[in-house]
Write a protein that binds this ligand. Sequence first.
Ligand code: MN
Ligand code: MN
Length: 460
Amino acid sequence: MEDLRSKLFYEQKNGYDLIGTEERIAVEDYSREYMDYLNRSRTEREAVVNAIAIAESKGFVPYVSGMELKPGLKIYKNNRGKALMLAVIGKKSLAEGSVIAGAHVDAPRLDLKQITMYESDEMCFFKTHYYGGIKKYQWVTIPLELHGVVALKSGEVVDVVIGREPGDPKFVITDLLPHLAADQMKKTMAEGITGEGLNILIGSTPYADEGKDRVKYAVMSILYDMYGITEEDFLSAELTAVPAYDVCEVGLDRSMIGGYAHDDRVCAFAELKAIFDVEEPEKTCVCILADKEEVGSDGVSGMQSAAFDCFMEDLCESQGVSLRRCYENSFCLSADVCNAYDPLYPEVSEKRSDSKINYGMGICKFTGARGKSGTSDASAEVVAYLRRIFAENGVVWQMAELGKVDQGGGGTIAKFMANRNIDTIDAGVPVLSMHAPFEVVAKFDCYMTYKGVLTAYSQK
Ligand code: MN
Ligand code: MN
């Protein structure tokens, strides 16, 4: 009777009950490498630079138009320093399709405005415009560091990083003391801290002269000494404030990883590790690190950009294949994080369907909101395909859904890939406190997501 029961019922198991000692060690080794990558990749630009450095050490070369594409050749294309595409050329023609994994490397953050610096009551601030979906109250009274570029009129681009190195100063957005916050505390959490209130404190010492804005003058002269930049140069800058703390293990058992921007660098790293492990695949494997997902995938570096189509068309042309045919036969894992069920907030979840930490890679058949609106909804056949290849290769995975029906919703790059006539499904790591300055993932799920992508890349 027990046999019949286990045959008929679908029951999920905690991932740690499904792996042995060897794989536990692999989980730890993988997690260490990921933590190092995440620690060094605080912006999409840094995520791209670091990915290219590792890729080159693994034999990837920059793609040059007209290059002869022999099976096993490893190439990459840097899209303006903010997005990246890598490929390992397969033995089969691109007419038989490619295997694509697409993650994004942008993350919610506080961008400095173009006219950003001001002095008020002998304190100096940067004004910001937040990027992506944030809960604003989470971004006050935490240490912040500054990253980005300043493009000068001369064409020179100055890299700026302040707050990352030990001993560097950091920045902060202040909040009201509770003693005087009675009115503030009556506001909703959405209104208690406003967008225009997210101003970063950057200095308080006046310059020793008689003029106005002496603190701003002092701060500006420090920046001029460090980087040779003036206030006008902020007009053509992309500077962003991100949380200024290191990635770390979480829990007495060290089973989780806490840090900023797991969404979606945790999947980006899984894809990178997987494509680095691929040698002479049957079908051409493609790894995408996209930008602008958190703001709708628009723009030249977002997944709606023709940059991806140009890259793929170049590859197809060199084999005399039409891009249409390649897309039609391709398969894409939209590698993005999913919401992990949180016992502290059970009211927003439908426990049977939300993903759980330590239960493996989360597969979202559909995303969207209000009756699946805006989803590409992968077909049953695509899900069945994953069931088969994951079962054959020991990938621990689970179904995932974004909370209760009508509770909210969201989307990924999946629909932009599916709109290209590519069979696409969402797959990624469950995250606790998603979009917070300190998100949490389980090491087990990070590793299984890598294994899932590698399995997809390895199919005939
Ligand atoms: Mn994401
Ligand atoms: Mn996100």
